[in-house]
Write a protein that binds this ligand. Structure first.
Ligand code: GCB
Length: 643
């Protein structure tokens, strides 16, 4: 079936833009912080908003909505940032909208920022889903492909040229997914006019969470001096009581900057310093970064202050928290600081009522409180990179992270082509660039449940995993599999085998008695073939809160509990051998697309979407604290609260 002019136009706008930004990354992406030389201004709050409902979704570009205030080209509504736009209004057409939406806000830029020509002014978006174009005062300043990761533009020139204060920021965001995006998706036009109106289309996806869209994380304006610290990379190790911090600082805006690096302990004492852009800092009597419940004093962070001074005396200062720890993988163990680490944790989603995937501090802090209450020591950022503030919390609380890229739902063979691979490599570069300095991150997950049995998967994962290792050799690399051990073409390349399985749910529904035999077979097959440690990276069952039955039946809290208990019996045997972790699916209930298998979302959470515990949460809490007592060194305040 040939496509209409409108379809072609829409596709062109989207794809041409993708190709123009599929290049290797340049520069760093340090989290904006204030310092003696830097200021940050948060542009979060209420923005003006309009969805482009035109047939080809292209009216905004044709009529150049970015050129004048949005309210002059049509109606606008209030839209909070950060937030997904989908659940904010009462309009189902906005909830399910596919295409371009337009955001606009006027922001006052301090006059001194503009007047001082030695000041760089940067506009940074924490993430917007999926494809974004940014204008300042009607001038395009950047575009970015992909949700979940930050992007920014130096807007000093535009601001000084346009001389408009307040400045007008316009962001157009398009949530259309294609075979080459991550995650992939397809637009299907319904051309049967007896069944669908003209121009009717749907977006098909192969992942099990709602495709929330909009500006999901803060929009910040920040300054640096012209000479500025563009990036810092630290890698850490230790020998006996000496910690070693290799660092590499890249400075822009000066050909011969003088760089000073100082590492300080909690009490502000300087423990090491150096005067070069790269080097190794030696820390005697090192306090290592330990996971929560593995040490009496977990999550120790040093503070690394970097100063870069240009020939004219202008100085930039940036402070980075640094945790000193190592990660190693053997054929049966995952070692942190050379001690076996067992992942007893959760899989999460960035997901909540009303705000969807919008960043929300109360939710983040509540979730960390629940994680620690459960005695969990880790989580996987299923199925995409989470906000940087969440990783900072994990660093500070000692929660270990498997950091996943948005490679979820790769089921179509056309998504294994060169263009997809090139984009996937770029996304891994963006992810590693952003998260490489977090001690909490111990493993990269390059994908979730791809169709790893399809012939191109072998080449695809060889490239993807080896590229990720070349970007960062200090962490493990994995992808999450659900395919049969004998047909999985990516497994030879990963460090740890991560397997998802839903025995007695998607297979043999209602029959919890088969879990033991099937799970034992699963573990023995994978280990027998690959001799690599295994994490049960997902398992679980839906439970509608408040539903009970005895004997247990599917969808009750009792059934969820029984499934978990049956899995746990096997884990307890296999963790003496080569199973190095268990991550429940899921921490909390979350929203999905509407379907006949989902009753207002996925109910496999052990907490409800509003973060109230189901019976499964109490079961896990008992278990996790018991494991922690067996394997870790708990702080005195934390000894086994479940007794
Ligand atoms: C899976 C997926 C996850 C789903 C889950 C389920 O294997 O990785 O995204 O939500 O199963 O509940 O079906």
């Amino acid at each position: 079936m040939g496509s209409t002019g409108a379809e072609r136009a829409a596709k062109c706008v989207f794809l041409a833009a993708i190709c123009s930004v599929c290049q290797s990354l340049q520069g760093g992406m340090l989290f904006p912080t204030e310092s003696p030389s830097r200021e940050v201004k948060d542009a979060s709050g209420l923005w003006r908003f309009r969805a482009d409902f035109s047939l080809d979704r292209n009216r905004g570009f044709e009529q150049e909505w970015y050129k004048s205030p949005l309210a002059e080209t049509g109606p606008v509504i209030d839209m909070p940032v950060p937030s997904s736009y989908n659940d904010i209004t009462q309009d189902a057409k906005i909830r399910d909208f596919i295409g371009w939406v337009w955001y606009e806000k006027d922001v006052w830029v301090p006059a001194r920022w503009i007047q001082d020509r030695g000041t760089r002014i940067v506009l940074r978006v924490g993430s917007a889903h999926y494809y974004s174009v940014l204008w300042v005062n009607g001038v395009k300043v950047t575009e970015h492909v992909g949700g979940h990761l930050p992007f920014e533009a130096d807007i000093s020139g535009v601001l000084r040229q346009s001389n408009a204060n307040p400045c007008r920021i316009t962001i157009a965001v398009n949530n259309t997914l294609t075979l080459e995006t991550l995650p992939p998706g397809t637009i299907q036009y319904m051309n049967d006019r007896t069944r669908y109106p003209a121009g009717y289309f749907v977006q098909n996806i192969n992942f099990d969470f709602f495709n929330y869209a909009g500006i999901h994380r803060s929009v910040l304006l920040y300054t640096t001096p012209k000479v500025h610290i563009d990036d810092i990379t630290v890698e850490t190790t230790f020998s006996d009581n000496i910690g070693l911090v290799s660092y590499n600082v890249s400075v822009l805006g000066s050909s011969k900057p003088a760089v000073k690096v100082t590492l300080s302990a909690h009490d502000g004492r300087c423990v090491a310093s150096a005067n070069d852009t790269r080097g190794v800092l030696k820390v005697t009597d090192v306090n290592l970064w330990w996971p929560y419940l593995m040490h009496e004093n977990p999550a120790y962070l040093y503070s690394m202050e970097v100063q870069a001074t240009a020939e004219d005396g202008q100085t930039d200062v940036y402070t980075l928290p640094v945790g000193i720890r190592t990660v190693k993988v053997t054929s049966t163990q995952f070692l942190i600081n050379n001690k076996p680490f067992y992942f007893h944790g959760v899989n999460k989603h960035e997901d909540a009522d009303i705000r969807g995937k919008g960043f929300d501090w109360p939710l983040v802090v509540k979730d960390f409180n629940l994680i620690k209450w459960m005695g969990a020591n880790s989580f996987r950022t299923s199925h995409y990179p989470y906000a940087e503030e969440i990783l900072q919390m994990a660093d500070r609380h000692g929660i270990v992270i498997i950091d996943e890229c948005p490679g979820v739902g790769i089921k179509d063979i056309r998504s294994f082509g060169n263009a997809s691979l090139a984009h996937h490599l770029t996304v891994m570069e963006e992810l590693v660039r952003r998260d490489k300095n977090h001690p909490s991150v111990v493993m990269w997950s390059v994908a979730n449940e791809p169709a790893a049995e399809m012939p191109p998967a072998g080449f695809y994962f060889k490239e993807l995993v080896s590229h990720t290792k070349s970007l960062d050799s200090t962490r493990a690399v994995t992808y999450i599999t659900d395919s049969n051990y004998a047909r999985d073409l990516g497994a030879p390349y990963v460090d740890v085998i991560c397997v998802n399985s839903y025995f007695s749910w998607y297979h043999d529904p209602g029959h919890t008695e088969i879990i033991s035999i099937q799970l034992n077979t699963q573990f023995d097959n994978w280990y027998g073939k690959y001799k690599k440690p295994i994490i049960q990276s997902e398992y679980g069952a839906d439970a509608v809160p408040g539903l009970h039955s005895d004997p247990p039946m599917m969808f009750t809290e009792d059934y969820q509990k029984t499934v978990l208990q049956n899995y746990h019996n096997v884990f307890d045997q296999k963790r003496k051998e080569f199973v190095i972790g268990e991550l429940i699916w899921n921490f909390a209930d979350f929203m999905t697309a509407q379907s006949i298998t989902r009753v207002v979302g996925n109910k496999k959470g052990v907490f409800t979407r509003q973060r109230q515990p189901k019976a499964g949460a109490f079961l896990l809490r008992e278990r996790y604290w018991r494991i922690a007592n067996e394997t870790g060194v708990l702080p005195t305040w934390a000894r086994y609260p479940c007794q």
